[in-house]
Design a protein around this ligand. Structure first.
Ligand SMILES: [Zn+2]
Length: 273
């Protein structure tokens, strides 16, 4: 194995460990944001026995594994959601580093990771409470701005790149806004704001693709529910988990899918961003 590859793998492991650590903080956000609890001041405690948790109990991923998924003090079961969120966040950070950032430590890594984590928290909170916290779509937007700054540093300013993102801000969110008006509130305001932020991150072409993809994933989910519950479909379904999944897929392969699609249609393109 050559030295450069070894270095890249070493960096990927560091990014993964950083990811599971942030993942542990995301679990705190997932539980405390809907309850409007203070996020930093209150120390961690067991949900069952209320025993204060010490750093040794809070090592991301590893504590849960070595304690066998149980509280050290009262032996109550700890939800597998904790290690799952940590593992997903760590793995996705490493994948973003490797595939989106070309295994190079650069500023965009920070932006994409912030956006991913905010999407993950949004998906779980919307799934459980049907609400999208403002702090999360704002984090996606900040992530998009960081990615754009990285692009500015690397390539310099040009209008098409900025317009791509500014139009992106209004593209998918505009469609959802129209849907909200037509269906008189059938579409949540949180989804609209979330897709505005994602539009700045992805640009208008890719965010429109992710909107379509999110609709397909959501429809598949409804069909799955209908089959499972013998024709009964839930009256209200959170849209953000499906949108978030689509946005993350498009973060990785959105441009490739569009290039493939346009090539299929025989449309030559010079500037798919
Ligand atoms: Zn306990």
């Amino acid at each position: 194995m050559d030295f450069i590859l070894a270095t890249k793998i070493f960096y990927a492991v560091i990014v993964f460990l950083f990811g599971i650590t942030i993942g542990s903080f995301l679990n705190v956000l997932i539980y405390r944001i809907p309850k409007k609890e203070n996020i930093v001041s209150e120390s961690s405690h067991c949900m069952s026995c209320n025993h204060k948790l010490y750093p040794i109990d809070l090592v991301p991923l590893f504590s849960w594994i070595f304690l066998g998924g149980k509280c050290r003090y009262c032996k109550a079961k700890i939800s597998p959601q904790y290690p799952i969120v940590e593992a997903i966040n760590g793995i996705m950070y490493a994948l973003i580093f490797w595939f989106i950032c070309g295994a190079e430590p650069k500023l965009a890594l920070l932006g994409y990771c912030a956006a991913f984590s905010a999407l993950l928290v949004t998906a779980v909170i919307d799934w459980r409470t049907m609400e999208i916290p403002d702090s999360m779509w704002i984090t996606v937007l900040v992530g998009g701005i960081i990615v754009y700054i990285d692009e500015l540093i690397a390539e310099g300013f040009d209008w098409p790149c900025l317009l791509e993102r500014v139009i992106g801000f209004f593209a998918a969110s505009g469609i959802l806004f129209l849907l909200a008006v037509i269906t008189k509130g059938g579409m949540g305001g949180g989804d609209i704001k979330l897709m505005a932020a994602c539009g700045f991150l992805l640009g208008w072409k890719v965010v429109l693709l992710s909107l379509v993809m999110g609709g397909v994933i959501g429809t598949l989910y409804l069909i799955f529910c209908a089959v499972k519950n013998k024709g009964k479909v839930p009256r209200k379904v959170p849209f953000a988990p499906h949108l978030a999944a689509a946005v993350v897929i498009c973060m990785f392969v959105g441009t490739k899918i569009l290039e493939w699609y346009f090539a299929l249609c025989g449309i030559s393109h010079t500037h798919i961003h």
